[in-house]
Design a protein around this ligand. Sequence first.
Ligand SMILES: Nc1ncnc2c1ncn2[C@@H]1O[C@H](COP(=O)(O)OS(=O)(=O)O)[C@@H](OP(=O)(O)O)[C@H]1O
Length: 574
Amino acid sequence: MANSPHGGVLKDLFARDAPRQSELLAEAETLPALTLTERHLCDLELILNGGFSPLEGFMTEKDFTSVVESLRLADGALFSMPITLDVDQKQIDDLGIKPGAKITLRDLRDDRNLAILTVEDVYRPDKTNEAVKVFGSDDDTHPGVKHLFNVAKEFYVGGKLEAIQRLEHYDFLELRFSPAELRAHFNKLGWQKVVAFQTRNPMHRAHRELTVRAARSQQANVLIHPVVGLTKPGDIDHFTRVRVYKALLPRYPNGMGALALLPLAMRMGGPREALWHAVIRKNHGATHFIVGRDHAGPGKNKNGKDHYGPYDAQHLVQQYQEELGIKMVEFQEMIYIPDRDEYMPANEIPEGTRTLNISGTELRHRLRTGKEIPAWFSYPEVVKVLREQNPLPREKGFTVFLTGYQNSGKDNIARALQVTLNQDGGRPVSMLLGETVRHELSQELGFTRKDRDLNISRIAFVASELTKAGAAVIAAPIAPFEDARRQARESVERNGNFFLIHVATPLEYCEKTDRRGVYAKARAGEIKGFTGVDDPYEAPVNPDLVVDLEKQNVRSIVHEIILLLEGRGLLDRF
Ligand SMILES: Nc1ncnc2c1ncn2[C@@H]1O[C@H](COP(=O)(O)OS(=O)(=O)O)[C@@H](OP(=O)(O)O)[C@H]1O
């Protein structure tokens, strides 16, 4: 049997309200609707599916105050994290949010109506007090505090929810289990004792060893229960992490492990968060919960010190585990002993024993540079997933952006560069010549400053997307304005390298060698606002390379560009 839910009853509001679904759907259409943020959605999903039992809605002022001050709901049930729905004055006015009113809660991603909230109260929280009591300080280097002060709106709305429909997910559906589904799964497998492991990071061998040890010590099975809602800014995306967990799972002995994803919005609240995590795992049927060193820690505060002591979280969970009815398993750091080719808990290693470790920084460095990651540290199938997510420079896209006067030679350089890159292979090469773009993307545009800027921003958008997809992009518009070129760089650099090449062939030379007579037409006034004739060209302030076709030939210019690309490792073969 899975562990009993917190408070004795799983508050699965979907199951409770399913018989009235069509009625609620119709009613929701008639009510004012509040569009929820990503963070609200995470909270809502876990309220509606019972992950936050005994909650049945967003906290009223009474519950909120009680949770903040004493880690308990007003009725005395343990609950360490405020679960609140924040709104601003305009939303209150526009939607008529007041006690007794009903509001539809809507998904911002697809506009579906998810739940109906019956408002009990609307209150203005003391955010500083909330920050200090819940997170331990009002230092906004703490992501939870930062969110509270800078993102969360001024008022909270409390009230009970009625569930209309589940949030739609399109990724890893087979691994998304509601508490009821996970409980049924454990029962089907006959699992009596389940040790849950919370994580927001990729798992390596040390994690596998520690969870297996934790399970063996309790004669239990392991639930890997990673957070896939919102984690700490800068964390590895959940898509990559879930592929890692899936790769790792077969490494557990005899079907010892199960994997389920938790759509939680973490607050990085250390001890209070650990207690909250334990409640959530109990609701999902786990009997045991692993709490590690600096559990859900947010890193350093503004004085460069950790926000929480390394074992604060363990102490708090320890204090309440009896009352809560879920047993804490303390996480011991696992250290590799090369001479025995095994991992041991840090506190059991005899003094003087040779140990090995790879720090997070070192791991990131090895992933970036392609250096070996030994099998004692991480399983090859896990490393493979991480390497796919950290392509080497030679596997990444880039953009070469050539700017210069019409007939400066930029188009010839672009074509020759395309041939050279095609000869070497390795990536698709995409060409965005000024003329092609004008024909395919910007037909309706003219040559006013506004139109030129728009033309360049379209090129930048396409170049950036292609760069993201791993292509070598060669763009060659005139691009006479510095601002537009700078914005193009910013846009592409979100996805890869950007090289600005100023084809600084002098105007006189461009004009002299113009076989198509375009300049002659411009001089004759037949083309108005022509760059270099009666429209400005701003020379780039910080080009990566300046070339000049009057002094150099196309071949040598292409060679220079190739050297630039090689210098960044983009053309490395080995
Ligand atoms: N007023 C004016 N100024 C500059 N260029 C003009 C103008 N009118 C037309 N053309 C022809 O348009 C081509 C250059 O377009 P671009 O997209 O590269 O210009 S920009 O970057 O948007 O400023 C380029 O065409 P190609 O020579 O065929 O490339 C120009 O000859």
